[in-house]
Design a protein around this ligand. Structure first.
Ligand code: SF4
Ligand code: SF4
Length: 87
């Protein structure tokens, strides 16, 4: 998400950070997680699982804000996020 200006009270907010996990052999390479991540964290890689599907990979893991949209959209329940709890 891009902000059109930096909020004056930005330092009062804690931005959560998530860790991305993938159950590789369950993925079917549909790219939903890649296309809809609002932070452009993921892309489809050249790595294939044993079924021959190309797997997503995190190219910008530090940008993940643990919104869990990828988790919600994944039809195979194979991508999930840990961390990101509010203090
Ligand atoms: S949790 Fe949100 S920001 Fe992180 S990879 Fe998934 S969709 Fe992107
Ligand atoms: S949404 Fe799920 S099945 Fe589709 S590419 Fe992402 S991890 Fe794989």
């Amino acid at each position: 998400m891009k902000l059109w200006r930096t909020p004056l009270d930005l330092d009062k907010f804690h931005i959560p950070h998530g860790e991305i996990h993938l159950i590789k052999n369950r993925c079917k390479g549909c790219e939903l997680c890649v296309r809809y991540c609002p932070r452009d964290v993921l892309r489809i890689s050249n790595v294939m699982n044993e079924k021959g599907y190309h797997l997503p990979e995190a190219i910008n893991p530090d940008r993940c804000v643990a919104c869990r949209l990828c988790e919600l959209l994944c039809p195979e329940f194979c991508i999930y996020i840990t961390g990101g709890e509010q203090p």
